[in-house]
Design a protein around this ligand. Structure first.
Ligand SMILES: Cc1cc2nc3c(=O)[nH]c(=O)nc-3n(C[C@H](O)[C@H](O)[C@H](O)COP(=O)(O)OP(=O)(O)OC[C@H]3O[C@@H](n4cnc5c(N)ncnc54)[C@H](O)[C@@H]3O)c2cc1C
Length: 348
């Protein structure tokens, strides 16, 4: 049994995944969550899973994450409500180059993106208004996952491996002579050899407590669910040109929104404007959705690395590790990113 002690700040998908893989290899792990486990973006997202990225590193993480969803839900014995019913990117002609470049990069990884014509899209989504878009790029092995069971299942898997998961326990990093000493909570100091910053939209502050500058951008996104319809919408649909998306949950609700906007300060107040824009997008795309009642709207906040990519790796403070900045894609990338950080820490 290793003597390695690791503290993870943040009980979202990234932090719990890192904790799980570290504990699996024998490390002694503590996870600190400032509120409850679904408080962060991992409890407030639309669960879309894809590998359609324009970056090799992201593609590798996304492909590995898709496999990990299958492996982990049987390992932790928890149903993630995962549906691999496809991920459909639609766009107007102006965005053709972007989608083409993703598709050709994916070819290098042996991943096939199908370019569908309007009739083929209609077969996939019978009620779709084919005038609402020009292009459709389909990844048949993508899909959606219900975020809550992913987090509950990971937490359960962590606990089974002996990880201590503390909720309602905000933590800061304690550094002495250029090395981490552990994390400070209201209960006192928890000593650790490594501290992993998986604090999502709060990662800049956590990093600051370690004396390490991190300049992730923070975003706020409104999302809503409607009353339930019979299950009929298979793929997750993302409109690249309108920056909007929708899918149907296993409970029949239509879940969707418009992509978030950058903010200076974390703020979770619901807003009407994104909801109106989303309603226009959704009813134009699938006219049958007109008149459907929205039952719930909420806001999630997430962070994106300043160069548009996640921030994963060691810092100038010995033992202080970044695992944040996933933007709108942490559900697609987070499991494999957690596994990667666990491997890096274990090798050190
Ligand atoms: C509306 C919406 C829709 C989205 N849709 C998708 C999608 O379809 N597909 C996709 O892949 N991604 C999607 N995302 C993005 C995805 O949810 C995030 O990228 C991902 O959840 C980030 O996970 P994380 O673990 O890095 O951060 P989080 O899940 O935010 O977890 C960080 C945790 O750290 C805790 N914390 C912060 N500071 C401290 C502290 N000092 N001490 C202790 N704990 C602390 C927070 O409370 C939080 O729970 C969406 C996000 C939103 C908001």
């Amino acid at each position: 049994m290793s003597e390695l002690k690791v503290a993870v700040i943040g009980g979202g998908i990234a932090g719990l995944s890192a904790a799980y893989f570290l504990a699996k290899s024998g490390a002694e792990v503590e996870v600190f969550e400032q509120r409850y486990l679904l408080y962060g973006a991992s409890g407030r997202n639309s669960g879309g899973l894809t590998v359609q990225f324009n970056d090799e590193e992201l593609i590798k993480l996304a492909l590995r994450s898709l496999d990990l969803y299958d492996e982990l839900q049987s390992e932790v014995k928890f149903n993630f409500l995962l549906r691999k019913d496809g991920y459909l990117k639609i766009a107007n002609k102006n965005d053709e180059a972007k989608l083409e470049s993703e598709a050709s990069l994916l070819k290098k990884f042996g991943v096939k993106i199908e370019i569908l014509n309007q009739n083929e899209v209609k077969e996939l989504v019978p009620d779709i208004n084919t005038k609402a878009f020009d292009l459709a790029y389909y990844f048949s092995k993508g899909g959606t996952v219900f975020p809550w069971p992913v987090i509950w299942g990971l937490a359960r898997g962590c606990k089974a491996l002996g990880v201590k998961v503390y909720d309602y326990t905000p933590a800061t990093v304690v550094v002495e002579n250029g090395s981490v000493k552990g994390v400070q909570t209201l209960d006192g100091l928890h000593k650790a050899d490594f501290v992993i910053n998986a604090a999502g939209a709060w990662s800049n502050e956590v990093s600051k407590s370690a004396g390490v500058e991190l300049d992730n951008k923070i975003f706020k996104e409104n999302i809503c669910v409607t009353e339930s319809l019979r299950p009929y919408l298979d793929p997750y649909i993302f409109d690249v040109s309108n920056n909007a998306y929708l899918s149907q949950s296993m409970r029949g609700e239509i879940v969707g929104g418009v992509v978030g906007r950058e903010i200076d300060q974390i703020d979770k107040k619901g807003e009407l404007d994104p909801l109106i824009r989303y309603a226009k997008f959704a009813t134009n795309l699938i006219p049958k959705l007109k008149g459907l009642s929205v039952l719930r709207q909420w806001v999630g906040v997430y962070d994106l690395g300043k160069n548009g990519k996640p921030v994963i790796g060691f810092t100038k403070v010995k033992g202080f590790v970044q695992l944040n900045g996933f933007g709108r894609h942490g559900m697609s990338l987070g499991l494999a990113a957690g596994e990667k950080v666990a491997e890096m820490v274990l090798k050190k």
